[in-house]
Design a protein around this ligand. Structure first.
Ligand code: G4P
Length: 521
């Protein structure tokens, strides 16, 4: 295969969802179809810690975050699929968001009974901002859930994205008979191995005699489909590619129903690796000869004995060969990439070759920062900065032992630069406040300060806050700071207000109409 064909065969995506929607379950099924796991119970087992191996950092072990599941790769129908994990639950962090900077499309998983939930909204917004295609899988049809039309409406109303139903459920819960597959023009029967697929005739009706035909659920589904044909959106690949229209699939991950059909259809329409802009606005084509990539995540101390870290690199262009010479654009330093690792569902493996669209892990001894670009050759290309995300949780932090203050500040500086946590300070007294989007970030911070910088820290929660930056900084007066609307500075010395809640923010805006607040993503 030529390099171009190799690259064209890549599909790199993440699954975005609220905890418990079924992300782990569907991931297992996808890996199973791809032959990457033998038993569709492995990922789940990892989550509960059964398969935990000894060399992960303590917190990771406790939480059962698996390094190997950060990136999962398998081949299917001539495609090479890379699934990037987006940790949820307590593991939700800036890394979760940043992972979305490294994918070409996203699969949005929704629990049919719960509809669109908060974490889905947050992750959706990041995908929306990037304008990447979003494919929706509405899960748990084997259970009683919301009406499918209601769910479609929710997509438009809550998320503001238009939808196109690729298939439509016939009944649900105990009465779930199957899906009417508009795209493949067939009905896929639930729990029926023998005639799993029933053909449709030219009018789009069941072409064979079947008991389903007299079921009221079938009639209902046909009515709904007629409505969709008449009043729904048209299938439009350009709008899908622009992230304006989401193809919707119904199914049930647990019973492995509709997952394979989803995978096959998704692979047909999901985009191959996309070009990426440099900070000069130049667009780099994935098939260009020179290798380039950027670091979107750094995972620390996977093996405490070695204090190693792994920098996850999304390859943007060209081909990676182990041992190649690259330049780190930020420093201009050149070096040889010798130790690299690629991640599979089963095990960590050393990778010798990878192309645009793939993710490689590079062993890092402190050279990389999040957002770094590495390129083959000497041309100093730098990819667009990764966005900073508005933190929601804050802690005041001090060194338990004041004698350690030098180490304390060094540690904080490095961890902040690495993107592990966000730094703020109070005015005048310059007390350190750390901000995060998820609790895990604080725990990792505390752990790493102890283990890498030998500093015990005292963390004092100051709760969740609404952080807002200021467009017209010149108009800010320190007297505007109060208990409920605390004025602090970020690491670039920009003013930031930390509001106690929505009410405090509105109250502040009423009093100070001239101050223009804005949030990061
Ligand atoms: P997550 O990774 O998105 O957090 O969700 P996960 O796959 O762990 O699924 C959450 C729960 O939902 C699990 O049940 C899982 O079995 C169930 N589930 C996933 N897909 C479906 C589906 O299509 N239909 C039904 N009925 N249930 C589904 P649990 O009881 O929390 O875990 P477990 O005891 O089954 O391990």
């Amino acid at each position: 295969m030529t390099m171009k064909d190799e690259i064209q065969s890549r599909r790199t995506f993440a699954i975005i969802s609220h905890p418990d929607a079924g992300k782990t379950t569907i991931t297992e099924k996808l890996l199973f179809f791809g032959g990457a796991i033998r038993d569709a119970g492995t990922v789940k087992a990892k989550k509960t810690g059964k398969f935990a191996t000894s060399d992960w950092m303590e917190i990771e072990k406790q939480r059962g975050i698996s390094v190997t599941s950060s990136v999962m790769q398998f081949d299917y129908n001539g495609f090479r699929v890379n699934i990037l994990d987006t940790p949820g639950h307590q593991d939700f962090s800036e890394d979760t968001y940043r992972t979305l900077m490294a994918v070409d499309s996203a699969v949005m998983m929704i629990d049919a009974a719960k509809g669109i939930e908060p974490q889905t909204i947050k992750l959706f917004k990041v995908c929306r901002m990037r304008g990447i295609p979003i494919f929706t899988f509405i899960n748990k049809m084997d259970r009683q859930g919301k009406e499918p039309l209601e769910l479609m409406e929710e997509l438009e109303e809550v998320l503001g994205i238009q939808s196109y139903a690729m298939n439509w459920p016939i009944g649900m819960g105990k009465e779930f008979l199957g899906i009417y597959d508009r795209y493949n023009k067939r009905i896929e029967q639930f729990r029926s191995e023998e005639d799993r697929f029933l053909p449709l005739n030219e009018d789009g009706e069941l072409a064979v005699e079947h008991p389903m035909k007299v079921s009221s659920y079938y009639t209902q589904a046909m009515d709904d489909i007629m409505l969709l044909e008449e009043a729904g959106n048209e299938f439009d690949i350009e709008r899908i590619n622009a992230g304006e229209l989401t193809p919707v699939f119904f199914g049930s991950a647990l019973t492995n129903f509709g997952v394979q059909t989803f995978l096959e259809t998704y692979l047909q329409f999901a985009p191959p690796p996309q070009p990426r802009n440099t900070d000069d606005g130049e667009s780099v084509n994935p098939v260009s000869e020179e290798f380039s990539g950027f670091v979107f995540k750094i995972q620390a101390n996977m093996n405490p004995a070695h204090r190693d870290r792994i920098a996850f690199v999304r390859i943007v262009s060209g081909k990676f060969d182990r041992g190649m010479n690259v330049t780190l654009s930020r420093t201009g330093k050149s070096f040889k990439l010798t130790q690299s690792t690629q991640f599979l569902a089963d095990d960590r493996e050393t990778v010798d070759e990878a192309v645009a669209g793939d993710i490689i892990g590079l062993y890092d001894t402190g050279n990389y920062q999040i957002g770094d670009t590495i390129v083959e050759g000497k041309k100093p290309l730098q990819y667009e900065k990764l966005p900073q995300f508005t933190p929601e949780l804050f802690m005041k932090v001090t060194a338990k032992n004041v004698m350690k203050s030098k180490h304390f500040h060094k540690g904080i500086l490095q961890l902040v630069q690495e993107g592990a946590i966000q730094y703020y300070k109070t005015l005048h007294t310059e007390e350190v406040i750390l901000g995060a989007v998820g609790q895990l970030q604080f725990e990792v911070f505390e752990h790493r300060m102890r283990n890498e910088y030998n500093v015990e820290v005292r963390m004092e929660p100051i709760g969740s806050k609404i952080a807002r930056w200021i467009e017209n900084e010149g108009d800010v007066k320190e007297s505007m700071s109060s208990q409920r609307s605390m004025l602090v500075k970020d690491r670039f010395d920009n003013y930031v207000f930390l509001f106690e809640n929505d009410f405090a923010m509105r109250w502040f805006q009423d009093k100070n109409e001239n101050i223009k607040l804005y949030s990061l993503l």
